[in-house]
Write a new protein. Structure first.
Lengths: 487, 346
């Protein structure tokens, strides 16, 4: 009495095919699961038994052994419940073996036999290709993103048994799953004044320049950062799928229509651990905040308060665009192509810019900025000083420029940059200005490259073909706060 | 023992006496009041290795003088609390050759204080006055940064031994002051910078100066010790006025309220020196930064008070790109500078 049912399990954001073998034999009634199950999988014994019984199906009063193959891979989560239940039904002869051929089963069972949501459905669906796939109804839309018509959703074990016995049809996939409605992203028209800040996030969005904002509390750093994703173009279909895959694997709420189409923003708290930022944990290897921010914005508010180790861990993914997380249980690679936006005060009390108000000693200031190592600071193309808006600006009833207008300029600049095959040479004015700043030591060789790149983006935003002195001056201005925060 | 004495100079014994942990400044003064250091040493029962102490000072380039030796600064001779043994780096005759002005202040100054200290430091040196300061963080460093550029040699008075610069981050400034002028200390080589040595240092700093100017100080700041020590010696004390709302100016404003000389420009310091009978040439007139060029309107919008870019956008009505271009041109012309993104006239 043997059954082999296909299923899949998740490691990081990647699915692995799993074959669930169920053997029912004479002997003392009992239930054993082998093949590196984690606690949630081991507990499936009780869920499966209760689900079968409450669905009007029978539980064998015999010896049941479940093997999860390949036995070398750790299996976690409750997603294997459905496969175990179907395996038991096939092994006891309740279901004919051929009706499960060419199908993979993923889903968590409730005690009443209902099927529940499993995270990481896109990755699981990838792993079970090219078989048909049976998933909880609420995950059917997500699975169908990669599997199309091969994905079937069912709402309960009893329903599934009827369908497999050809007593019923697969139910249609619901138009949009029961998902939380995400609020609209905030709009730039709420921002008063801040011509420099607005310009900075536009340049960051247009040229994918990492941005560090330095300013006292109340200067609008957080407001600006929250509005930056709105300036980024909508995700391409491939990006969208990649983002959804990671978000789904991490168990994040997916938007209506399941696919994440807007650039995401993640704002981890400054007490976040290294693991929370870059991913990992125990052998289940969850994606971290930087992977969830991939193709979007990673916003580090109060950057000066983050643990040094967490900040330093960002350097490698910033360079490579991926993060490899290695644990004893294995190594996984997560995407990490994020736009880093950080905000910090000029000093611990935050008033450093204002004459006579700062109470911090030289030592306190030095300790505050020492957290940003020079190599990390070098990753920021834009280090922008911000100041508080005046009261008359704050009370100005006229709304500021909207996100839409700003996003249109960003889109135009991006397409201009993409269409250009090679950069025209810089105007002599710009070259002269750069040469002078190099001579005075304000710019280093690395800084020169960054300023040139930012100047190019500024020119693209203004629709100018050639980079001239004004663009270079603009780019120099956008890194003036380096002096304030350099260790 | 006799052989050694014939080889080692008097300075070696002065350094050795100062290195005995049990002898405080007063006891040392008493020991050396009547006898040269070698005699005082031979009559004592200290067991330190004089040759080794002397070698250590020589290797670090540290000079030693004691009250009565030719290199001892003239202005300390009549001081009742003058150090009996003094260590120095650089040229010890500086203090005899130039009028001296102490520029001291808090270790956590505002930009206002740093700006004033640097400007006064540079202008005083250019006028031919030696700037005396403590090489501490903040005002002290700013004053010497300004003073080492050109002009009269700078003088520093530090608390710890001269072997190891303190604070570490001022090692280069320390070396520059020693190269152009002199660094003094009461502590022999190897003595760490302990807290109690700072008031002692401040007293020495005051007595080496013709006038003491406190640039910025909190109500209970260490510079207030310097001011009190100066007043005890009849040395005039000036203070730079500051905002009544700034805690870093509370000490200086208090000094002014109690009769300190208000110092609003270098000329005020020169005047104070003149009243003391020290004659100096008039200070160079500080050119008011003038600029006449294509960015005149933008230059007019700038002032000595730093302004943020947003403020400048509103003042000038220029677009951000035009504004940045203009500011960088002004910076290139030397008419404006930025402080971490805030702009002011030079």
């Amino acid at each position: 009495m043997l059954a082999a049912i296909s299923s899949a399990t998740l490691t990081g954001a990647v699915g692995h095919p799993v074959s669930v073998e169920v053997h029912v034999s004479n002997g003392l009634p009992g239930f054993t699961i082998v093949g590196l199950p984690d606690a949630a999988v081991r507990e499936s014994r009780d869920r499966v038994r209760a689900a079968l019984l409450s669905s009007g199906l029978s539980w064998p009063l015999r010896r049941v052994t479940v093997n999860l193959a390949p036995s070398g891979v750790r299996k976690g989560g409750a997603g294997l419940d459905l496969a175990v239940a179907v395996g038991v039904l096939v092994a006891t002869g309740e279901l004919p073996a051929r009706c499960t051929e060419g199908l993979a089963f993923c889903g968590e069972l409730g005690l009443n036999g209902s099927l529940r949501h499993v995270p990481g459905m896109i990755a699981l669906a990838d792993a079970t290709t090219p078989m048909g796939m049976v998933v909880p109804l609420c995950d059917a839309r997500e699975a169908s993103l990669v599997r199309g018509g091969d994905a079937h959703g069912v709402s309960s074990l009893a329903e599934l048994a009827r369908i497999l016995r050809h007593q019923d049809e697969w139910p249609p996939i619901p138009p949009a799953g029961p998902s939380p409605v995400l609020p609209d992203p905030p709009d730039l028209c709420d921002v008063r004044g801040q011509s420099v800040g607005r310009h900075a996030i536009e340049v960051a969005a247009a040229g994918h320049h990492h941005l560090l904002m330095v300013g006292p509390p109340g200067s609008g750093k957080t407001m600006l950062a929250e509005r930056l994703p709105g300036l980024l173009p909508p995700l391409t279909p491939e990006e969208s799928l990649a983002v959804t895959r990671v978000h789904s694997a991490a168990g994040c709420a997916l938007p209506e229509g399941v696919l994440v189409t807007r650039a995401p923003i993640r704002a981890p708290h400054h007490r976040a651990s290294v693991v929370a930022l870059v991913g990992g944990g125990n052998w289940s290897l969850r994606p971290g905040e930087i992977s969830l921010a991939s193709h979007g914005v990673l916003f580090l508010d109060e950057m000066g308060e983050f643990p040094v180790a967490a900040l330093e861990a960002l350097r490698q993914p910033l360079e490579e665009g991926v993060i490899r997380v290695s644990r004893s249980g294995g190594t996984v690679t997560f995407p990490a192509q994020f736009l880093m936006v950080a905000a910090m005060n000029p000093c611990p009390c935050g008033e450093g810019m204002y004459e006579g108000k700062c109470e911090c000693s030289v030592v306190e200031r030095a300790r505050y900025t020492r957290r940003l190592s020079a190599p990390l600071l070098d990753r920021f193309d834009l280090v922008v000083p911000l100041s508080r808006p005046d009261s008359d600006q704050l009370l100005d009833p006229a709304p500021g420029e909207s996100t839409a207008a700003s996003a249109a300029r960003v889109a135009a600049a991006r397409s201009r940059a993409a269409a250009r095959s090679e950069d025209p040479p810089m105007h002599p004015d710009g070259v002269r200005l750069l040469a002078e700043r190099l001579r005075t030591g304000e710019l280093t060789a690395r800084g020169l490259r960054k300023v040139s790149q930012v100047a190019r983006t500024v020119a693209d935003l203004l629709g100018d073909e050639q980079v001239d002195g004004g663009h270079v001056a603009d780019a120099l201005t956008l890194r003036k706060a380096r002096k304030t925060v350099a260790p | 023992m006799n052989d050694e004495r014939s080889v080692l100079p008097e300075e070696a014994y002065a350094a050795a006496l100062a290195s005995v942990p049990r002898i405080g400044p007063a006891a040392l003064r008493e020991l050396l009041a009547t006898e040269p250091p070698s005699v005082a040493w031979s009559r004592s029962s200290f067991t330190l290795d004089v040759a080794r102490i002397w070698r250590r000072h020589q290797e670090a380039g540290i000079g030693v003088c004691w009250k009565g030796s030719p290199l001892y600064p003239d202005r300390l001779v009549d001081d009742p609390e003058a150090p009996a043994v003094l260590f120095w780096l650089g040229d010890p005759t500086v203090a005899n050759r130039y009028p001296t002005v102490a520029l001291v202040g808090t270790r956590s100054p505002t930009r206002y204080g740093i700006g004033v200290a640097a400007q006064f430091g540079a202008d005083l040196a250019a006028t031919g006055l030696s700037v005396v300061s403590g090489l501490a963080l903040g005002i002290d460093a700013a004053a010497h940064e300004g003073a080492t550029a050109a002009g009269a040699p700078p003088i520093a008075v530090v608390a710890g031994g001269l072997e190891n610069p303190y604070p570490r981050r001022h090692a280069r400034l320390w070396a520059r002051v020693a190269e152009h002028g002199a660094v003094y200390s009461e502590s022999p080589a190897g003595v760490p910078t302990e807290k109690w040595r700072f008031p002692v240092r401040n007293r020495l700093l005051a007595s080496l100066s013709d006038v003491v100017v406190v640039v910025e100080s909190r109500q209970n700041g260490g510079s207030m010790y310097t001011a009190v020590a100066a007043l005890d010696r009849g040395i005039p004390v000036g203070a730079v006025p500051g905002s009544i709302r700034s805690s870093t100016s509370a000490g200086t404003n208090r000094l002014l309220a109690e009769g300190g000389i208000p110092i609003c420009e270098v000329g005020d310091i020169v005047m104070a020196l003149g009243l003391r009978g020290v004659s100096v040439a008039a200070p160079p007139r500080r050119e008011v930064a003038e600029y006449d060029g294509p960015d005149r309107a933008l230059f007019d919008a700038l002032s000595a008070e730093p302004a943020s870019l947003d403020q400048l956008v509103r003042r000038t009505g220029l677009g951000l790109a035009a504004l940045c271009g203009g500011l960088e041109r002004l910076a290139s012309a030397g008419a404006a500078r930025d402080i971490g993104g805030w702009w002011e006239r030079t």
